[in-house]
Design a protein around this ligand. Structure first.
Ligand code: ADP
Ligand code: GLC
Length: 485
């Protein structure tokens, strides 16, 4: 029987997703399965938001036959687990439905720490059952993603004797989110005061991510460049000192993308398909998107952006330069939701440039695909970017990313240095975290878009790049082997 690697994560696409975390948990498991690992995933079943169409709807879910009993801070909590064969048959997923945890949205409640403590408890209970079962392989590694899964590692090491010895990996997808709470929360999350002082304490507060960094046998993050950046004060979100100290167990492994889902030659969301040898369908996608979003029919270069609207993503810089971009003959389309001031600015930009700027405040998977496919350029002015998947989707769809040189954007984009000598370039990178630098990078973008030879060469380079998960999956498996897989 194959050894089990048990992933614990708050998002798994296509069931529930708010960003790249969900995509990683969709693409990495099949690639690990190809490497001979029995991949199992534990994730919440949120109320009403989980879409089970890919496994044949609710019928694809089988109630787990094993009764689970958990208590949190002395309170018994009602938990139901549903099991399904997912990822086109290449993984098993356990969906945890529980009081407090299973609400309409993924995050954003005042008691999120408590909700994910419930999740952590349930995850460890499932891990214990699997580790005692004779019908499955050995549970060899517990792999937790982001702060929502941090407590699973603590409960596994501190409370559950049957899984105590299982090696743990913790992956940082975004260091900005740490699960920080008042110290007084500690006993309500079943954390011993001793552990608070030794592991979780962060300047008098409780910091769940910090605890996971200390507990894990290995820490990974989602690109080599980000793994170095987070050891500096500028990008370390106050964890840089600790991460420097943890350097011996920290490494960066660049994300891949699921090339069967993100494939312009077969994508069901597109009005027309295309590939690197025949881009006619891309032109049809562009015309259709202009119509869909009410942009003027035109030959103007189209700049796309699909993003959470947060300061991380530098959307304020995009707003600063949108006027200039449009004045120089470009069109802009933004799909995203997030911080209200950014939503308002984008709404106002679209009102004041009708036909040239379109803004959709929504989370819309299909429209996202159509934007990657239709655009000439794609904006990622990120202040920091642990890996970034959107730039890889863009390149795969023949769209040239214009991105700030940070984190995974550095590791996945080959930058253009000279307009007359494209070479292997796949995108445009700029350094400074200022609107002016983005403005200039977009001027370059417009120059490329107006130069048919440069445009064709960069498109072709990007579309032919191998962004599949295979290489990263092999690196993860090497690391699991170091831990005894
Ligand atoms: P992050 O995880 O920081 O948000 P990534 O680039 O890694 O950034 O992944 C973002 C993912 O979320 C991509 O799949 C992107 O297409 C998707 N996404 C972001 N905002 C939206 C939206 N409003 N509608 C649809 N998809 C979105
Ligand atoms: C985070 C990061 C993003 C990364 C994603 C998946 O949300 O912001 O850069 O691609 O996780 O690892």
């Amino acid at each position: 029987m194959k050894p089990i690697v048990l992933h614990v994560a708050a998002e798994v696409s296509p069931f529930h997703k708010s960003g790249g975390l969900g995509d990683v948990l969709a693409g990495l498991p099949p690639a690990l399965d190809d490497e001979g690992v029995d991949v199992r995933i534990i994730t919440p079943r949120y109320g009403g938001t989980s879409k089970f169409t890919s496994i044949g709807g609710e019928e694809g879910l089988a109630p787990w036959p094993v009764p689970l009993r958990i208590t949190l801070a002395g309170q018994p909590i009602d938990v139901r687990v549903y099991e399904a064969r997912t990822h086109r048959g290449q993984a098993t997923t356990y969906f945890v439905e529980a009081e407090h945890l299973s609400r309409g949205n993924l995050y954003g409640y005042g008691d999120d720490a408590y909700r994910f403590a419930v999740f952590g408890k349930a995850a460890v209970a499932i891990a214990s059952v699997l580790s005692r079962s004779r019908n499955v392989g050995r549970v060899s590694v517990l792999h937790a993603h982001d702060w929502h899964a941090a407590l699973a590692l603590y409960y596994a090491k501190a409370l559950a004797s049957s899984v105590q010895g299982i090696p743990c990996v913790f992956t940082i997808h975004n260091l900005a989110f740490q699960g920080q709470e008042r110290a007084s929360t500690t006993p309500y999350l079943d954390i011993a005061w001793e552990a608070f002082h030794e592991v979780f304490e962060d300047h008098g507060t409780l910091n769940l991510l910090k605890g996971a960094l200390l507990i894990a046998d290995r820490i990974t993050t989602v690109s080599p460049t980000y793994s170095h950046e987070i050891r500096t004060a500028r990008y370390g979100h106050r964890m840089d000192g600790l991460l420097r100290w943890m350097s011996h167990k920290l490494r960066g492994i660049t994300n891949g993308i699921d090339t069967s889902v993100w494939n312009p030659a077969t994508d069901k969301h597109l009005p027309a398909t295309f590939d690197a040898d025949d881009l006619a369908g891309k032109e049809a996608c562009r015309t259709a998107l202009r119509f869909e979003l009410g942009l003027h029919p035109s030959k103007a270069p189209l700049l796309g952006c699909v993003s959470r609207l947060t300061m991380q993503k530098g959307i304020d810089h995009l707003c600063d330069v949108a006027d200039d971009f449009v004045r120089r003959g470009g069109q802009l389309v933004v799909l995203g939701e997030g911080e209200e001031p950014l939503e308002h600015r984008l709404h106002w930009l679209s009102m004041s440039h009708p036909g040239a700027i379109a803004f959709r405040r929504a989370f819309d998977e299909g429209l996202a695909h159509r934007i990657y496919a239709a655009s000439d350029l794609f904006a990622m002015p990120s202040r920091f970017e642990p890996c970034g998947l959107a730039q890889m989707y863009s390149m795969r769809y023949g769209t040239i990313p214009v991105a700030r040189a940070t984190g995974g954007l550095v590791d996945t984009i080959a930058p253009l240095h000279n307009l007359h000598e494209v070479g292997g370039a796949t995108g445009i990178l700029y350094r400074s975290d200022e609107s002016d630098a983005l403005r200039q990078a977009l001027h370059w973008g417009l120059a490329v878009a107006h130069d048919p030879a440069a445009l064709a060469a960069m498109r072709s380079n990007g579309m032919r790049e191998d962004f599949s998960w295979q290489k990263s999956a092999r690196t993860y498996v090497e690391m699991y082997r170091e831990l005894g897989l």
